[in-house]
Ligand binder design. Structure first.
Ligand code: HEC
Length: 254
């Protein structure tokens, strides 16, 4: 029988059992109706699949946009970074005393290095002919243990992460320029900046920038408070209150 006759598909991996080596046919005329032209048929199909994935990714990025944080500041030592999800298990590993501090070589080089080498060497270490997992208990067990610990570490890293603080630390704060020698600013830093920030950018209290605040409303907040803001935070004369309200209102409109 001619080699290849009786086979259903080109590229099928069911190479005849007896054959010592696989000899590809010289041309595919033996498979009428089973081949197609590369240009345009095949390429068009590839493009269509590509377009589906591209649109899918675009929908994903619009539905769940990557969080934008303020500009990176290399001098800030308080910033707690978080790696992408596929590195979270390694990140979590480095939090344990036995793999961090003076033992950080264990967490950064030894354990990941051993795992990578073991994976590379697996075909030489595990030379059995069995393919069913149940007949290869050692390899299966090691793989399962690895999976379980990776999933556990990833999980631990997400529940032990301070998400609230993380959201605060990267927050984009709007800033405006204003005259710090303004008498209103002095009153602001005495009475309000502890909660609203030195530059009105917000801290415990909200940012006042871009809020278009009415002077009367600022006065009311300063004396009576409102919502989460306590009453009576302003201490000073009525004249001072006017100056403060004008200053805050002006900056909030910049
Ligand atoms: C103890 C902290 C604290 C201090 C001090 C404080 N504030 Fe507030 N302020 C807040 C909080 C919290 C809010 C948010 C209130 C809410 O909506 O629940 C707020 C809200 C405001 C708002 C409304 C902002 C908006 O988005 O509408 C104004 C105006 C304001 N504060 C002005 C002042 C002024 C002026 C002073 C100084 C006299 C001052 N605050 C001092 C905590 C403070």
């Amino acid at each position: 029988m001619h080699r290849g006759k009786g086979m259903k598909f080109v590229g099928d991996s069911r190479v005849p059992v007896k054959s010592r080596k696989f000899i590809p046919p010289k041309d595919y005329s033996e498979y009428p109706g089973k081949t197609e032209a590369f240009l345009p048929n095949f390429l068009l199909k590839e493009w269509m699949v590509g377009a589906v994935f591209l649109v899918g990714f675009m929908i994903l990025t619009i539905a769940d946009p990557a969080p934008l944080e303020k500009e990176a500041d290399p001098t800030s030592s308080g910033y707690i970074p978080l790696p992408d999800w596929y590195f979270l298990f390694l990140y979590q590993l480095l939090k344990y005393p036995a793999a961090s501090g003076q033992y950080k070589v264990i967490g950064t080089v030894l354990i990941p290095g051993l795992a990578a080498v073991a994976l590379l060497a697996a075909p030489w270490l595990d030379r059995g002919l069995e393919r069913r997992p149940i007949k290869r208990p050692i390899a299966t067990l090691i793989m399962l243990l690895t999976f379980v610990s990776m999933i556990y570490l990833t999980w631990e890293s997400t529940v032990s992460h301070n998400w609230e603080q993380a959201e605060q630390q990267g927050k984009i704060v709007q800033t405006v320029d204003f005259d710090k020698s303004d008498p209103g600013y002095k009153l602001f830093s005495q009475n309000c900046s502890s909660c609203h920030g030195e530059n009105l950018e917000g801290a415990v209290g909200p940012s006042l920038i871009g809020k278009n605040l009415d002077p009367a409303m600022v006065k009311k907040m300063a004396t009576q408070g409102g919502g989460q803001m306590p009453a009576g935070v302003f201490k000073g004369s009525d004249k001072d209150l006017d100056a403060l309200a004008k200053f805050v209102s002006d900056v909030s409109k910049k």
